[in-house]
Every structure is written in C-alpha cells, then in structure tokens.
Design a protein around this ligand. Structure first.
Ligand SMILES: [Zn+2]
Ligand SMILES: [Zn+2]
Length: 378
C-alpha cells in the first residue's frame, strides 16, 4: 500500500510558561507512510485517553513535539511488512507502549518493559527501528507517542508493539488492556506480588488505580483501601471492589493504620502525587511494600529517612508497565475478563469522537471518573 492521508490528533508546541491550553491538541489531516519490513498497519478501533498523554501536554513527561498522541488502543491489522510472521491481515490487536526489541540486556532476561531500544525510540518520538511514519500537511515530520500514535484512523507500528487478541473480545474493552490494565493489574501481580488475604491500599483512581483495584479483587486481597481526592472517583472504586474508601487528607495514613490495625501490607501509588506517595509510605504495616506506578513531577524530590526502611523492614519500588511481559500477561488478563473475574469494561466512563479530543483531555485533567475512550471504529 502507498502512503495515505487520515485524521489524527496532533499536539503542537505551546508558549513557555503559558497556562495549560488543550487547544494545542487538534485534529489535523496527516499522511501515514506504508509499513516497513518489521512493521504493521493497523486500523484503529478505539483509543483511550491516558494520563501519559496528559503528561506530555502538561510537560510532566517532556517529549519532542509536534506529536500525534495516543497509545492505549485496539484495532485490526490491515497490512503486514515482509518480515512480519507473527501477525496476519484481519487479526485483532492491542497496542503495548514498549516495542520490545527481543535482544537487548533487558529483553534477554525477560524484562521487556525496560527494553533499551524501545525506550530510546519512545524518548525520541520515533519507532523502534528509527524515524517517524507521520507527516503533516506541510510535509513536516510528526513524532510518534510511545511508538504508536493511536489518536488517528490508522497507525503504523513495529510488530513488537502489538499483541494479538481473540476476535470475540469487545474491541472497546480491549483497548484498555494495552496500558491501564497492564500497568495496574501488572503492578499488583508482578511488582507487589500480592497474595490471597493480604491487605492493600491504592492511592489515585485514574485508569491505572482502578485497574489495580480490579487486580487486587481478582487475586483476593482484603481489605482493599482506596484513597482519592475526589468523592466521585471513590464511588466508582467502591463499585469495582474497594472495601474502604477515603477522601485524601493530612490524616489519611493515620486513618489507614487505625482501620487496618497497624497498616497495609501493600500500598500502590497510582496518583503520581508526591503527598500521596508520602501518605502511601506512611500507611504501610511493618514489613510492607510500596509500589509507585504513577508519574510524579520529574523534578520533585522525596525526602525519605533511610532508618525507617531498616527499622520497619519496608520495601519501596517502582514499576514500569506493570513490570509486565505483554505477550504472557495480556492473554492471562483477557482470560480473567472473559470469565468475569476482571470486569475491565466497567472502567470505561464514556466514549467520544476524535473531534472532541481536546475537551476529553480537559475532562481527564479535571478528574473525570472512568476511562474516556475515543471511538475510531466508524
Ligand atoms: Zn497509558
Ligand atoms: Zn530490548
């Protein structure tokens, strides 16, 4: 196939120091190059708005602009490059935001989320094999977000960015498996390694925090304590399986310690807020573990007294992409969904057209409960 034109949501540079302006993200006519030998052309069905997209707009996660945003998505394979054997035309797929190379030091030890080649490509706004497949109406290059750029009718990505899913899987729910579910459920299973009957607290009820609640519920954690700044978010958390919900305050950690008889065995921060991370740490039971999955301001330091690590035998760790192996974990999470143990579809808050993308980002920023999903299936 030759290059094609399509609609895509492009984020343009803003003025340094200007207030947050969501109109910098607008739908434009964009040209998409055909797939290279190791690449795949996908017709996007659904793409959700994630805080990682928002972080590029706010600058918390600086990326080279202009860029077509979007990375949590599902679709159908339209064309495969000559060297792609694992996927065929017509396959249903979800995207993963680290296109693991398979041969770097991290891929070799089974940690593809840390792939150095994909990490370099993502930071540069390029595909893992180098360069961009996107240009604007003037012929200028547009960068890829996380090797994907899914807020568009089509995407050309490395075959390593895709995981095939059953054709019977609802494509709207499927989109969430690529990021929110991988990150949130993965943090519970792969990073925290929560066991049946252990207590846990989740801080932050965005898509990842809500997914972590589903993961904790599926694995049989109890009680599941959930903290957020907004009452509306906590209502959804309760519906998904939270046993105790708390509106965050200066006394949150003390309340958790009191309610759980000494603190929780696992705390998961999915808020990316430094006060929440401090609160999560302070809510741990002795011997407990904090897993940080939210993306805080990259310049904000955290003051931690190392003596407290020793005296309380506690662990603090981060988790990127839920420390997942997507080809292993996504099919497992889909099985749980299909048998009613991981109701991913309940995370979808609303569905919008691509033309409403800037307004959708503004609503995400304001704490809209549940995932906002762009319908590109028409
Ligand atoms: Zn994401
Ligand atoms: Zn690698």
């Amino acid at each position: 196939m030759t290059a094609q034109t399509m609609s895509a949501a492009v984020l343009r540079d803003g003025v340094q120091g200007a207030p947050l302006d969501f109109s910098r993200l607008a739908v434009e006519e964009v040209t998409l190059a055909p797939p290279g030998a190791h690449e795949v052309l996908v017709d996007i069905a659904y793409a959700s708005l994630c805080h990682s997209d928002l972080s590029v707009i706010t600058g918390d996660r600086p990326r080279p602009l202009p860029m077509v945003l979007g990375h949590e998505a599902s679709g159908r394979v339209v064309e495969v490059g000559s060297a792609v054997n694992a996927l065929s035309v017509g396959d249903h797929v979800v995207f993963t935001y680290v296109a693991a190379c398979g041969h770097c030091r991290f891929c070799r030890v089974g940690r593809p989320a840390l792939c150095s080649e994909a990490g370099a490509g993502n930071a540069a706004g390029e595909l893992v094999s180098g360069g961009s497949r996107l240009t604007d109406a003037s012929g200028a290059t547009l960068n890829h977000h996380l090797g994907i750029s899914a807020f568009a009718n089509h995407a050309v990505v490395d075959a390593g960015s895709l995981v095939r899913v059953p054709p019977t899987l609802d494509l709207r729910a499927a989109a969430l498996f690529g990021c929110a579910i991988t990150t949130g459920v993965g943090a519970v299973i792969n990073a925290a390694k929560v066991q049946l009957g252990q207590s846990a607290a989740v801080f932050g009820c965005g898509g990842v925090g809500l997914a972590a609640i589903l993961g904790l519920k599926a694995i049989g954690a109890a009680p599941i304590v959930v903290v957020d700044v907004k009452e509306s978010q906590l209502a959804l958390a309760k519906e998904l399986g939270a046993d105790i919900t708390l509106v965050s305050s200066a006394t949150t950690a003390a309340e958790i310690v009191e309610l759980t008889g000494g603190g929780v065995e696992h705390a998961i921060d999915a808020s990316g807020s430094l006060p929440a991370i401090e609160s999560a740490f302070a809510s741990l039971l002795r011997g407990g573990q904090l897993v940080v999955v939210g993306l805080p301001d990259p310049t904000a330091p955290w003051t931690l007294l190392p003596a407290s690590l020793v005296a309380n035998d506690v662990t603090v760790r981060g988790s990127y992409m839920g420390s997942c192996v997507p080809a292993r974990d996504i099919p497992r999470f889909i099985q749980l969904f299909e048998h009613g143990r991981l109701p991913v579809d309940k995370l979808v808050g609303t569905t919008i057209p691509l033309s409403d993308i800037a307004d959708g980002m503004s609503r995400l920023h304001d704490g809209f409960p549940g995932r906002i999903v762009v319908d590109l299936s028409a």
